[in-house]
Design a protein around this ligand. Structure first.
Ligand code: SF4
Length: 270
C-alpha cells in the first residue's frame, strides 16, 4: 500500500477499525487518520492497531518527516541569522563560552564550536539534527535560566500541536528500546554525561542536557505484571522559552535515533 511515499490520511484510514468509537478522543476514524498524518495524534492513541501495523506505519510516517521540503530553506535562514549575532555577547546568556571568535556550546557532554559564519565543528560526528536546533538555540530571542521545575512536552508552549508526533517518534521508541535493553539507559548516562536522579515515580530517572539550558528528564518504569512499561520525557520549564517547540521536537527525535543506533551497535538490536 505505501512504498517509500509519504503516508496519506486515506491510506491510514484503510487500516483502521472504521468503527468511529472515539476512544482516540476524536469524532471519527477519518479525523484520527488526518490528525496522525498532521503529527497531532499518535498511532498509540488508537487501541485497535497492532504493534506490527504500528511499526510499519511509523516507518512511512518518518519518511514523511525526513522529506520536509523546506529544511534546506530553513537552514539557510538560520545561517543568515547566526551571521547577525554577536556570539561573544550571547555566550554567557545561553550557557556557552566564547574565545578566538568561536562560540563553544555543550550538547550531551560534547563540545560543539560555532564560528561567525554559522559553521559548526565538533570532536564528534556532526549530524543535521544537532546543527539546526543548535543554531536555533543560539539565535533564539528569549532566554531563561534553568528553573528546576519539570513539565510535560504538551505543557511547553506549542506542545499540544506536536504532542502526537513527539509520543510516536520519541517516547514510544525509547520505551521499546529500554524494554528490550534496560541497561541502555545506564549506558546513555555514561556516554553523554547524564545524571541519575531520585525522587520521581520511576524505576530509572535520568537527566540529560541536549543543550546547556535545555535539560530533559527521562523517567522509565519497567513492566510489572499486567502493567505495561512506561516512559515519559519531561522538560525543565525554561525549555519552552529557550527554543521553539519544533526545534525541541527535532532535537529529541534526533537523540532517539542516535540511541537506536547505539543500541544496534552495542546490543545487536534491529
Ligand atoms: S480509536 Fe481507533 S477505531 Fe476508534 S475512532 Fe479512533 S481511530 Fe477509529
Amino acid at each position: 500500500m505505501m512504498h517509500g511515499k509519504a503516508l496519506t490520511p486515506l491510506e491510514l484510514y484503510k487500516v483502521l477499525e472504521k468503527s468511529n468509537c472515539q476512544r482516540c478522543m476524536l469524532p471519527s476514524c477519518l479525523a484520527f487518520a488526518a490528525a496522525v498524518v498532521a503529527g497531532q495524534k499518535s498511532l498509540d492513541d488508537c487501541p485497535f492497531l497492532s504493534e506490527e501495523v504500528k511499526d510499519t506505519l511509523s516507518v512511512t510516517l518518518q519518511k514523511r518527516s525526513l522529506a520536509e521540503p523546506r529544511q534546506a530553506e530553513f537552514m539557510e535562514k538560520l545561517l543568515q541569522e547566526v551571521k547577525q549575532i554577536d556570539l561573544a555577547a550571547v555566550a554567557s546568556r545561553i550557557g556557552a563560552t566564547y574565545g578566538n571568535g568561536v562560540l563553544s556550546v555543550r550538547s550531551m557532554g560534547k563540545e560543539f564550536h560555532v564560528n561567525s559564519q554559522g559553521q559548526v565543528r565538533s570532536e564528534c560526528h556532526i549530524i543535521p539534527w544537532v546543527q539546526a536546533p543548535l543554531l536555533s538555540y543560539i539565535c533564539y530571542p528569549t532566554h531563561q535560566a534553568i528553573t528546576g521545575r519539570w513539565i510535560s512536552f504538551r505543557e511547553l508552549k506549542g506542545g499540544i500541536d506536536w504532542q502526537g508526533l513527539f509520543a510516536s517518534r520519541c517516547e514510544t521508541p525509547l520505551r521499546k528500546l529500554a524494554d528490550a535493553q534496560p541497561e541502555l539507559l545506564g549506558d546513555i548516562v555514561d556516554l553523554f554525561q547524564g545524571k541519575e536522579v531520585e525522587g520521581f515515580d520511576a524505576d530509572i530517572a535520568l537527566v540529560l542536557h541536549p543543550l546547556p539550558h535545555l535539560p530533559i528528564l527521562i523517567c522509565y518504569q519497567v513492566a510489572d505484571g499486567d502493567l505495561q512499561s512506561k516512559l515519559t520525557i519531561l522538560f525543565d520549564e525554561c525549555c519552552g522559552t529557550n527554543l521553539h517547540i519544533k526545534s525541541i521536537y527535532t532535537l529529541c527525535a534526533g537523540l532517539i535515533k542516535m540511541f537506536e543506533q547505539i543500541a544496534r551497535n552495542h546490543f545487536g538490536n534491529n
